[in-house]
Write a protein that binds this ligand. Sequence first.
Ligand SMILES: Nc1nc2c(ncn2[C@@H]2O[C@H](COP(=O)(O)OP(=O)(O)OP(=O)(O)O)[C@@H](O)[C@H]2O)c(=O)[nH]1
Ligand SMILES: [Mg+2]
Length: 302
Amino acid sequence: MKESFKSGFVSIIGRTNVGKSTIINALVGEKVAAVANKTQTTRTAIRGVVNRENSQIIIIDTPGIHKPKSKLSETMIDTAFNFIGDVDVILFVIDGTSNEIGRGDSKILEKIKTQNKKTILVINKIDMVQNKQDLLKLIDKYQKEYNFVAVIPVSATKKENIEIIIKEIEKNLKEGPAYYDIEEYTDQTSRQLVEEIIREKALKFLDDEVPHGLYIETEKMKFRKTKEKEEIYDVEAIIYCLRNSHKGIIIGKNGNMLKKIGTYARKDLENMLGTKVNLKIWVKVKEDWLNNDSIVKKFKLN
Ligand SMILES: Nc1nc2c(ncn2[C@@H]2O[C@H](COP(=O)(O)OP(=O)(O)OP(=O)(O)O)[C@@H](O)[C@H]2O)c(=O)[nH]1
Ligand SMILES: [Mg+2]
């Protein structure tokens, strides 16, 4: 007998910087969300689709839980907690190198308890764990708090045990249709992917508070054929930052920083689009946008 087709929605919840976006990218097999060794990288809910022969899993990456410092940050946390309620399965991601259940993780646990949803505890960064006994103790502490349907230690950067996550999710899904075309792997538009890629590079190369005060807007994205019949995308984007001094840092000496961000972003875009990309980026100042309702609303995509 043919196996039945299963589908459903799965959200990834966890503190900031535990590796949620690295996990969604590994599960989907494409870069849908920016990854950076900085806090508060993900700003909105991002969907990625995993298509298997007998299942379709829609994974939702969410902003990391942190102490709110602006309207944007409050919006991000609301978005994340919103996705504890409205899904079939939750992936609760924690950092395997921690020894205790910290304040952020306790808050997430509380929310999970109130919803009483099927939850898989994903312990990430096990490549960094020195002492396996400590890991077992940590697992024990979490299992005393909630009856998880599975506990899976993984390393998202090394792609270890990622397939086990998919198998466990499948076990916990019900029969259902494919919601997305199997060619699609995200709900992000090309423009949003451009913005995510540029922001990822800015986060990678810029320090301190500069990258947290950035948002990117794609102004133009146009496909054309050159006279030599070569396919090319013209992409133009603006990096908005909080202050003039930040603008100077982003542009850098002789424009070197902006060139570096642009070069790395262009390479990723060429991979994503499968054509050459002609990328132009401008930098503009928009003071206090982090507390500007009409801009912050942009991130309330859920
Ligand atoms: N050593 C190690 N590092 C990892 C692993 N997974 C992710 N990281 C690193 O952890 C950092 C944060 O990763 P992200 O995926 O951006 O984390 P996030 O949870 O999405 O963060 P927010 O979007 O801010 O909530 C990056 O530098 C990743 O490369 C892992 O398995 N092992
Ligand atoms: Mg993230």
